[in-house]
Design a protein around this ligand. Sequence first.
Ligand SMILES: NC(=O)c1ccc[n+]([C@@H]2O[C@H](COP(=O)([O-])OP(=O)(O)OC[C@H]3O[C@@H](n4cnc5c(N)ncnc54)[C@H](OP(=O)(O)O)[C@@H]3O)[C@@H](O)[C@H]2O)c1
Length: 341
Amino acid sequence: MAALPETQTAIQLSAFGIDNIVVAQVPLPTPGAGEVLVRINVRPVNPSDVFSVVGVYPGFKPKGFPAVPGLEGVGEVAALGPGSSGRLSVGQRVVATNWRSASEGRGTWQQYVTVPEENLVPVPDDLPDEAACQALINPVPVIGMLQELATPKDDYIIITAAGSALGRMAIRYAKHIGVRVVATCRRPEQVDELRAAGADEAVVLGADGDALASRVSELTGGRGAWGALDSIAGSSPAKIAPAVRAGGTIIVYGAMASPNIDWNVGQCLFRVVTLKGFWLVPWLDAKPVEEQRDVIATVLEHMRSGLLPPMTVDVRPLEEAAAALRDQAIEGRPAKLVLRG
Ligand SMILES: NC(=O)c1ccc[n+]([C@@H]2O[C@H](COP(=O)([O-])OP(=O)(O)OC[C@H]3O[C@@H](n4cnc5c(N)ncnc54)[C@H](OP(=O)(O)O)[C@@H]3O)[C@@H](O)[C@H]2O)c1
């Protein structure tokens, strides 16, 4: 292993806002007892990074500025702190169940971070960095939300904005556990793509949910879908609720359109459709750390087998993080942006 450099490149926020990003050279952190210094090689640009940078993501609460964003990534062990267990060795590729310092503003959009050794999981040699860097934030909710919905075999669920990286994984994983999927998207040209990605049906979710409700009714013999996964919020839950059966559940796990939800009292009062949230952080944190590592190790295996297919990537240099954050908002963006460097 080459000697460690004295400084590293870091994407720093001098305050919240994309315009406040600077590329800085800063000292490397030193791993404390039970910690590992990880050289991050690739990290994705997720919607949660955009929300972090603009200051509205509860998982990114810097203790002060400058702060470094970035909530996941893949890297290699650069040094072991005192009291290492011997489970990991220098040079080994790793991802984390939790990049502990990221929530405090020392995230993965820099080259070196310290992480508690217990949070690290080795990456299989044949899984490329561009896939492994996506192992935490999107796949974990897929597993968690499908467990929470507990859909009976062969029953239908609705997944909105299903062309997202997470949506595509959810389609494939639902199929694996015997659940049928009606996918929705906002662009007609994506309908065939979603069917090809494994959705049993795909529908454009337009100004109202009528086309969705009538297609789901046909498919389910009038019963409606067992439940739904929604990442749009705003008017989306109220639009999809008529396609969900009475007593069903809509899990809202994202807010691509709005931080607010226009819910419908008739759906919750007379049809008892439940609206609930899901966030991967408390779901994963509630498990003992060994189980958290097992979840991530399972995700990595499923990524290899194609059961949780990582999104194709558009690789940008780490230094171009601000431009990548702006490009994240492009409608119809065909690949997940990742930062290498
Ligand atoms: N709760 C959790 O624990 C958790 C964890 C991970 C991710 N998430 C959420 O999951 C969602 C997907 O994440 P990702 O990384 O998979 O995203 P992604 O790959 O960047 O995809 C975003 C998707 O959202 C669609 N979209 C964007 N704005 C929209 C709008 N106003 N109305 C309808 N569709 C819209 C895009 O459609 P086009 O293709 O048409 O542009 C695209 O399909 C995000 O909302 C993210 O915050 C939540």
